[in-house]
Design a protein around this ligand. Structure first.
Ligand code: NAD
Length: 730
């Protein structure tokens, strides 16, 4: 069985079909590349073959490179991983360049065999880089298909010639949304943008016809022809100069310099634009190797690709029978309930959406309608799809409608009494074997389970707001939660295409436990006289998506105050007061409740747009004459989060560091360049982390106390991913 096979038709067209055995989507492996190479060699050498069409045996063309290959290339090269990566990459270039040159005479550029690609559906990553090396790209008119180069999203860049070819094909400026932002397009839009050539009903037939009629000039790439000029100009052309200066500033502005891939990509483009094509490929390979050797890229690939996929596929699912959800009952049609109902119906699940009044239930369903209408406006949703999704949501006040639900997700007010009442009322109606989940963000699952007659079937399924955008779902096991409830929750999360993590019950579970200290650390710095702008900039410069003050404004100051009071009451004498408490409570008293009030740590205009930090902050808390060192501020902000993650692991709340890292990036945007808190500590090194923590503890207090686990790892010279290797993890 091989990934590529060839059949030659009566007209002399060799159709090379990519069809990786036992996979629903083609992904490229080293063996795949070797098989492609063999088939291309054979077709080029065969006199009976007049032209070649490369297509797929599946409904899509390809989902990209199997990124495990990168780890393998590194490993196989032993002491010289960079050499292994560079040579492996150059080998890929060799195969694709052979396709591009197609046997042409190097001097006359004549005599090559036309090669076209025929894409039935999605073609991303290497799935587009391979077609880009062919002479013409035909795609099926399949609006669901996605075409593009999303590598940058996992911390690398297109390194199989996609970067060099796209820039030479469309110019650096035009290529930048696809290379730098990983923008994906449906086929028609991809054709208009110039990523592919034609959208047709039958791409294989069209490609066959084209290769049979193509002339020498049709198959010569512009960059291989005499007098080629790069569209938009090279870096030393006046127009090109403007592009490159602007792009450099823009990339730095967007990434704050913490994403090595964006910088390396830009370098590959800048340097590659000034040399002949084959040298440009070599430069691309060098920068690609450089990125792959960077610990940040390796950590991003591990968390955002390998481990995320493992979790999506149920890496931590208990071994119990299929628990696919058929009908879900959502209790409470407020902000969260409405979102949960929408994502469930969108996944084709029947939904009963309950609230106290018909009006509130209808409003919840209206939320789904609003999102679908927006989708129709943007041509992402058809009116039929809208009707189908809305048709799955039964908005009602009648609990009897829950009678045949196999899963309940409760999202009523955050109140123990109200939740206990709806739990009892619902359990009296639902089937004996149904699973009851609560979406609480602060109340212990074990405590809420006391209202349940079947605590082994009671679990937490914690969504993040806004539900339709946030990809993480935290599943929380109460003390008595059984395996079937965990499996049900995981199967539900898989159905709605989000990423799950499973944690044990503890105050604030995992994500909120880590993010609250981040916000508080930022706010307490104000009390110490640190410039608010410095606090915010330190955070974004180290890769946090928003600073702690902006985050608090988004969450709302009154919610922060509510959480603070509940924590203080819940912890009693164990609660350690913080200067941030006073700031939160005084802002609440002054009605500066954050974004929703158009006033918080920031000022806002009438449209709710942030206009700058609130000038009144400086009056209440004068900035100290001497400002702290930037790195110290950044360490405080990152360690405030990372130490909670380590404590959650030590306490057994977190059971798998992969979940800790993936959850941190998807849940609250922990500096994605680092791969998550555990990856970040590994990059820093346990010994250095201990040194910083000890210094922070001496200067700022006990909250930075080095966890025993971290100290032990420093003593033994261990890393988190070494000590908690996935084999050991669940
Ligand atoms: P919300 O106030 O917007 O909605 C709650 C809804 O529940 C209201 O429509 C209310 O009418 C309804 N309700 C109250 N009692 C009811 C009852 N007895 N029967 C049926 N419906 C009833 O609140 P929300 O922000 O959607 O939060 C809901 C839950 O989700 C809370 O437990 C909250 O802690 C949790 N949560 C919220 C967020 C967030 O960012 N807002 C994030 C994660 C989890």
């Amino acid at each position: 069985m091989t990934d590529f096979t060839t059949s030659i038709d009566a007209d002399g067209v060799a159709v090379i079909t990519w069809d990786v055995p036992n996979k629903s989507m083609n992904v490229m492996s080293l063996e795949g590349f070797a098989a492609l190479d063999t088939q291309i060699d054979a077709a080029l050498a065969d006199d009976a073959v007049k032209g070649i069409v490369i297509t797929s045996g599946k409904k899509d063309f390809a989902g990209g490179m199997d990124l495990n290959v990168i780890a393998k290339m590194k490993e196989d090269a032993g002491d010289e991983p960079a050499r292994g990566l560079f040579e492996g990459t150059m080998n890929m270039h060799g195969v694709l360049r052979k396709i591009e040159r197609a046997g042409m005479d190097p001097k006359t550029n004549k005599g090559g065999k036309p090669i076209a690609s025929a894409l039935p559906g999605t073609a991303v990553g290497i799935g587009l880089e391979l077609p880009l090396s062919t002479h013409r790209i035909f795609a099926a008119d399949n609006p669901k298909a996605k075409i593009g180069l999303p590598e940058i999203m996992v911390g690398i860049f297109p390194g199989a010639g996609g970067t060099t070819r796209l820039v030479r094909k469309m110019g650096a400026m035009a290529a930048s949304p696809y290379l730098l932002e990983g923008k994906l397009l449906a086929p028609t839009a991809a054709m208009r943008a110039g990523l592919i050539d034609e959208v047709v009903a039958d791409p294989v037939a069209a490609a066959k016809e084209w290769v049979l009629n193509a002339k020498d000039a049709d198959i010569l790439k512009p960059w291989d022809a005499k007098g080629y000029k790069m569209p938009g100009g090279t870096p030393y052309h006046p127009a090109g100069f403007m592009t490159f200066v602007g792009a450099s500033a823009m990339v730095h502005g967007k990434t704050n310099g913490v994403y090595p891939a964006a910088k390396a990509l830009l370098s590959a483009v800048y340097e590659g634009a000034q040399v002949p094509f084959d040298t440009a490929l070599k430069i691309e390979a060098r920068w690609f190797t450089n990125v792959l050797m960077n610990p940040s890229s390796a950590a991003m690939i591990r968390s955002l690709f390998i481990n995320k996929e493992a979790l999506d596929k149920g890496a931590v699912r208990p071994d119990v029978a299929d628990e696919t959800v058929k009908k879900v009952g959502v209790l409470g049609a407020g902000m969260m309930g409405a979102g949960i109902a929408f994502v469930s119906a969108k996944a084709g699940i029947n939904v009963v959406l309950i609230d106290n009044s018909q009006e509130a239930a209808d409003r919840g369903k209206g939320y789904a309608e609003g999102i679908l209408d927006k989708g129709i406006k943007r041509q992402k949703v058809t009116p039929e799809k809208k009707d189908a999704v809305l048709g799955l949501i039964n908005a009602t006040t009648d609990y009897a409608a829950l009678a045949d639900c196999d899963l309940i997700v409760e999202a009523v007010f955050e109140d123990m009494g109200v939740k206990a009442e709806v739990t009892k009322k619902t359990e009296a109606i639902i089937p004996e074997d149904a699973i009851f989940a609560t979406n609480t963000s602060t109340l212990p699952i074990t405590g809420l389970a006391k209202a349940s007659a079947r605590p082994d079937q009671f679990i937490g399924i914690h969504f993040f707001s806004p539900v339709d955008k946030m990809m993480l779902v935290e599943i929380i096991k109460g003390r008595e939660t059984g395996d079937r409830a965990v499996a049900k929750a995981l199967d539900f999360v898989r159905q709605i295409r989000k990423t799950p993590i499973v944690v044990n019950d503890a105050r604030f579970f995992y994500a909120n436990r880590c993010i609250l200290p981040y916000a508080n650390e930022g706010i307490r710095m104000i009390a110490e006289g640190v410039e608010p702008a410095m606090i915010e900039n330190a955070a974004t410069l180290v890769g946090m998506p928003v600073g702690p003050l902006q985050l608090t404004d988004e969450v709302s100051i009154d919610l922060s105050a509510k959480i603070l009071r509940a924590t203080r009451d819940g912890m009693g004498d164990a609660y350690v007061a913080s200067p941030s408490d006073d700031i939160i409570e005084s802002m609440e008293a002054d009605g500066r409740l954050g974004r929703k009030a158009n006033a918080g740590f920031y000022e806002y205009d009438d449209k709710g747009k942030r206009t700058g930090l609130w000038s009144g902050l400086g009056e209440a808390h004068a900035a100290a004459e001497e400002q702290p060192d930037l790195t110290e501020v950044q360490h405080r902000l990152l360690f405030a989060q990372a130490l909670e993650a380590v404590r959650a692991l030590e306490e057994g709340v977190l059971m798998d560091i992969r979940e800790g890292d993936v959850g941190a990036i998807l849940g609250w945007g922990f500096a994605p360049w680092s791969g998550g808190p555990f990856s970040w500590l590994d990059i820093l090194g346990a010994a250095k982390a201990v040194e910083v923590c000890d210094a922070l503890t001496a200067k700022f207090g006990e909250r930075f106390t080095t966890p025993a686990l971290l100290r032990d790892m420093a003593d033994k010279g261990e890393t988190f991913y070494g000590r908690f290797a996935p084999a050991k993890a669940a």
